[in-house]
Design a protein around this ligand. Sequence first.
Ligand SMILES: [Zn+2]
Length: 243
Amino acid sequence: MQVSDGVHRLTQAIVNFYLIGESGKYTVVDAGTPGDWAYFVRSLAGLGAKLADVDAVLLTHAHSDHTGFAERARAEAGAQVWIHRDDEQAARTGRTGKRDGKVTSYLLRVAFYRTTVSLLRRGGGRIVPIAEVSSFGDGEQIDVPGRPRAVHAPGHTPGSAALLFEGRRVLVTGDVMGTENPLTGRIGPQIMPSGLNEDTDQALASLDALSGIDADLLLPGHGDPWTQGVAEAIRRAKAAGRS
Ligand SMILES: [Zn+2]
């Protein structure tokens, strides 16, 4: 579960979220599904931490399998919830934009059913609205444990962002780039399938927002960590193209 010094990957299948510790305080990047709460609390305890040690929940974008238990963490742990300003409204209201591809085009894929069933079972079918949300902009360094810098890379959603923990050389890519396709099952760096994107062309173009970033470890929303560098990940994601 520890993927780098003080950085933990949490997953109960399909979707990842991450715990970043600094001086006994924690930032959670993404919040899984609502049903991942008990697992999250158990994981914290396993690290010798308490809910009160969680200062912030940083969201890479406003989709229900990433906003998950953010509202509960805000209400019960007093954590401040953050998201890029272009997804702030969706996080508050639970209403997201229209996808540019049809989910029905994945009906012949085993991965489609695995993902759908697993997420629905954990309450990941819709966003639990978040009552209070702080927002960040592109390039901003966010004043939470780990002090990540936001890299706005819209397309999957308007406010999709990667988060760079510069000192640790860790880039959390969220759904800007994954290493496993939740609807087709394809493995390797890629943007999300068009059935989940608001603007797939923009998502492909936004890969360039990651270029030049110096990171040894890429941590995606879906799939395993990537350790072969940012440039190679971008190259492969562009080659993979749409799905
Ligand atoms: Zn998403």
